[in-house]
Ligand binder design. Structure first.
Ligand SMILES: Cc1ncc(COP(=O)(O)O)c(C=O)c1O
Length: 337
């Protein structure tokens, strides 16, 4: 394969067999194998292309977007390739490595640290975007929370990719942030495989499924404001996962050599908990979506002091330990020190 632009490459058909983890035929769809390192390349590419087709964007103009990080990286890359400026408004949950990636790709990054009194950090980000648009004519907001090209990208790609690989899929577990992935996959699956159960997974503390707002530390999933494009009818069920369970799941996966980001841990922990309450679903085949890899989270999810500060010390039972149970895990000091 030969490409000329960084957004031309993606991997549609990489799945990990996680049957052992979930206790049923289960496959994890990996979305990080592209130059943006996450599922958000699909949304970024589709939203920029749509704005171009609608005559809203010309080289030299500047994009503005609110992002927890991954869309920001993806838009940085697409903006650089197509000759646009890009201002990303993110918040204090965004990983330092993600901010470095964006600035290295030429984006300007604004980090909001004070939550909106009612709508949290997302509310504060959206307020800052509105301020920037008022102050800077010629800036264009793609608005991933209500841009039809965001779910549209998944209706055209992720949904069909799942069915192409597993025509006999019976349950799909999808994390919900802006709801682009879940709404787009749901649209495709409802039209082409209406028997498939769609289970949305989110973090405890997110308001999207109607639960009360609470403190969250892991970027990617969750919202302090229900995303405008979210429709509960697109789901058959939903599940909220405590962030401590996310960390445990991520570390269990790392122990087996698979380094994933927080929302993958959340989706798999949610799938496991949901399946425990729905044993009948185990007779089928499930697919869960992994939105990104773990390298951007080395200083957070995979850093013991970061984890203990936020979620407290682990107890001694193997199931709840934060740290690896493998004898060689951790930094090996040279002999004699
Ligand atoms: C790591 C990660 N997981 C999950 C999501 C959620 O995807 P969506 O916005 O399509 O709901 C995002 C979106 O930013 C993300 O960055």
């Amino acid at each position: 394969m030969i490409i000329t632009a960084p957004d031309e490459f993606n991997v549609p058909d990489l799945f990990i067999d996680v049957t052992g983890l979930l206790g049923m035929r289960a496959f994890l769809k990996c979305e990080q194998m592209n130059f943006a390192g996450s599922v958000k390349l699909k949304a970024a590419r589709a939203m920029v292309t749509r704005a171009e087709e609608e005559g809203l964007l010309f080289p030299g103009m500047t994009l503005v977007e609110s992002s927890s990080g991954n869309l920001g990286v993806a838009l940085s890359l697409v903006a650089a390739a197509r000759g646009y400026g890009f201002v990303c408004v993110t918040d204090s949950r965004c990983n330092a490595a993600t901010i470095r990636l964006m600035t290295t790709l030429g984006a300007q990054v604004e980090v909001v640290t004070r939550p909106h009194p009612e709508h949290g950090l997302l509310g504060a980000r959206l307020e800052r975007v509105a301020e920037l648009l008022r102050a800077r004519p010629g800036h264009v907001w793609l608005n991933q929370y209500r841009n039809p090209a965001n779910p549209g990208a998944h209706e055209m790609t992720t949904g069909p990719e799942i069915l192409a690989a597993f025509p006999d899929v019976t349950t799909v577990f999808i994390g919900v942030g802006t709801a682009g992935t879940v709404m787009g996959c749901s649209a495709h699956l409802r039209a082409h495989a209406p028997g498939v159960r769609i289970v949305g997974i989110d973090s405890v503390g997110s308001v999207t499924f109607g639960a009360p707002a609470g403190v969250r530390h892991i970027p990617g999933l969750g919202a302090g404001v229900v995303p405008a494009q979210f429709r509960s009818a697109a789901l058959d069920d939903h599940w909220n996962v405590p962030e401590a369970d996310t960390v445990r799941m991520c570390r269990q996966l790392a122990d087996r050599g698979f380094l994933f980001g927080g929302s993958t841990g959340t989706v798999l922990a949610g799938a496991r908990a949901w399946l425990a309450e729905h044993p009948e679903a185990r007779r089928g085949l499930c697919v869960a979506i992994a939105p990104d890899g773990g390298e951007r989270y080395l200083d957070t999810l995979y850093d013991d002091s970061w984890v203990v500060e936020r979620y407290g010390p682990h107890d001694d039972s193997e199931d709840t330990a934060w740290s690896s149970t493998r004898p060689t895990a951790g930094v090996l000091l040279p002999a004699g020190r």
